[in-house]
Structure formats: structure tokens, C-alpha cells
Design a protein around this ligand. Sequence first.
Ligand code: MEV
Length: 424
Amino acid sequence: MSKTITGFSKFTKQEKIDWIVNTFFENPAIASKTLSQYWNSDKVLQDLHDDFIENTISNFYLPYGVAPNFVINNREYVVPMVVEESSVVAAASLVAKFWSTRGGFKATVLSTTKIGQVHFMFDGDFEELKNYFNKSKTSLIAATDAITKNMRKRGGGILDIELRDKTTELDNYYQLHVTFETKDSMGANFINSCLEEIAKEFEKEDVQIVMSILSNYVPDCIVRAEVSCPVEELYQENAAMYAKKFKQAVDIANVEPHRAVTHNKGIMNGVDAVVLATGNDFRAIESGAHAYASRSGSYKSLTNCEIENGIFKFWIEIPLALGTVGGLTGIHPLAKLSLEMLGSPSANELMEIIAVAGLAQNFAALRALTTTGIQHGHMKMHLSNIIKQLDASEEEKTYLLNYFENKQVSHSAVVEAYNNLKNT
Ligand code: MEV
């Protein structure tokens, strides 16, 4: 049977499912049941989710957890997190509590400029192009008036348009490099619409537009979050030695890209979880963060650490182009709920909260890595997950948790211990 199809998007949902399960599954009835098990019984809600994308046949659940006890700029938060990795929320909660008794997190938005570009080709005299651009600049901005009207009322809009000569990198290649302020919206649609109007206005016979699109590299949309405390308040024993090791771990990530990637991945565990919970675009955040981490020409840590005069200081600077209005933030019921849980933050406040989530996650990872090792905590969570899968009773669960307190956890070892327990 052919496994390609035309007109699939025109099928009803049931027709799509029937074709998929009958074409790709050994047991179509089981596949069909699994898909329908994840439908929402509330039709209105299911229709809403169906319409987010094309060809929706089911919903894919991820856990929605919360990390309480975050104190950020003296304000208390419960931070919603959507993530599948078992240790992330637990780590965030522990670290939030830890820093809540040490002054909490301090966060500041350093800049909020977003970028879009019209990429074009011009095979002529640069001076002539410059004159044409300078003469057109006012009309380029005017061409976006209808689109920017509301944004301007909110204090945003186009900040500047620059002509950039890129011909040393690619023959005949130039850009209109446009900077934007998009206030509480992430602004992707707004920026792209403006750019397309600008491109239409700028295009002429010898100016050939290639494309107009926002950039997810936003090195001028930066937030900084920080924690600090006296070194002796960091650890119960050997505080100075452990603080030094912690700083060495950050220093290593600053000089060794292999380590930096994993180090930053840990940061993104926290960042992405809150980005997802608030209905923001985690792919945009990911690509922007990693590009920023490479801005010096080699890939480095997004966090930094300093120990001076007995004070431990740990901070992150990260680009975060986020929205608290528009996009999914106002449509997805759980995104709306997350934002309300966070006190209906502005985009700037959300930047601060998410930078803190990243910093907290990195703190948890480095503290574990430089003391007990990461597997200790991970395995505890892993053990609970395996026990859950085994459908163990409360009594059996307590036995297994105690049994593995000082033993290596693996799936087979837990199953064996469980079976032994059952057979005694
Ligand atoms: C795992 O998801 C994240 C860590 O590997 C981060 C790190 O190594 O810093 C624990």
C-alpha cells in the first residue's frame, strides 16, 4: 500500500486518523485508541487545540509543574514550568527556597530592542544606493504607519532603519537593518509585517529583495539576574572549598565549548520550561540564547561567577524576546493561567522571572556536580518514576526507596528488587 497521500489536509480528523492507523500500524485499533485517549472531552477546548496547527490528530501532554518560593526583586512567585525531565522542577524548588533566605534573586532588564532585516541584492554604485536609502527613509517608515499605529500608542514601534553593506561577505548583498521596540508583545508578526511593507516600498528595478524577516538573534534584548551571599552561607561544610569548585565549574564552561553546551543546556532546562508554560516560542529563545553564547567567536557559558572579599556572586545575562500579550499567551488557557499565577507580568518582568529560572537551574546543576555528583539526585527521581511504573503499593514503595538509598539505581535492578519482594 502506498504511504504517500494527496489532499490529506482536506480530510476530516477521523479520516486522517483512519488513514494513519491503517497505513502505519500493526494494530490500528490500539493506535486509534491511544490517539483518542488524549482528546479533551470538552469539545470547545479540543477544537481550540485542533486549530493551533494543521492536521491535529491528538494532543501531546507534558507535565505542568510549579516551583514555589521564588523571591525575585523582593517579590514572591510560584513559577509554572512545563517540562518532561524529572529533576527540573524539584531542583528549581530547592534552589528557590535556598536563595529566599539569602536575599532572593535580583533581576534587571538591560535592553529590549528587537531586530528585523530586509535582505536584498544591488549590483551598482554604493553611493547611489546610499542616496536612494537616505531619500527613502521617511517614506519607508511612513509605509508602516497603519501597522505601527497601535504599537506607537503603547510606546513601541520602529526605532531605526539602517542600510548595511554586506558585500565583503557576499557579492551584491545589502540589508535594511531595522530595530524595533515591541513592548509587551514578542512582536514576531508585527516585525515581519513592518518589514514586508518596508521591502515593498524600497524595491525597485535594481534593488532586488530576497527576503524580509525578523532575527531571533537579539543581543540588545538582554536581562540580567543575580544571586549573592557570604561564602560561608553557601555550604554547611568546607564552604570556601566548595564555592571555589563552583566558580571553577563556571570558569571551565567559559573556556571549554563541550562543557559550555551542557552547562547552557542546564540553564535552558529552566528557561524553556517557563517559556513553554507562558505560551512563548521556545525555539526562538533557544536559538537566540545559543547565538548570544557564541558572540565572542567561541561558545561560552551564559552565567558567570565571582568570589571577592568573601562574597559569592553568581549571575546570568541572557537575551529573551518574550511576550505577555499576543500569540498563544492569550489563547492557550494554561498559558493564560501561568501568566496570572505570575501576577500578570509585563514582558520585562517575565524576562526577569525566566532569567531567574535559568540561573536557578544552573545553580542546582553546578552545586550537585561539584559536590555529590548529578546522578545522586537524578537517580532518586528516576527511582520514583520506575516505582510508579511498577504500580507498587505504598508499603512496597517505602521498602524500595529505603533499599536503594545506598545502591546503584537501574531499571533492571529496581524490577529485580521488586520481584524479589513480591516473591518473599
Ligand atoms: C541535564 O539536563 C542538565 C545538566 O547536564 C546540566 C549541567 O551539566 O550543567 C545537569
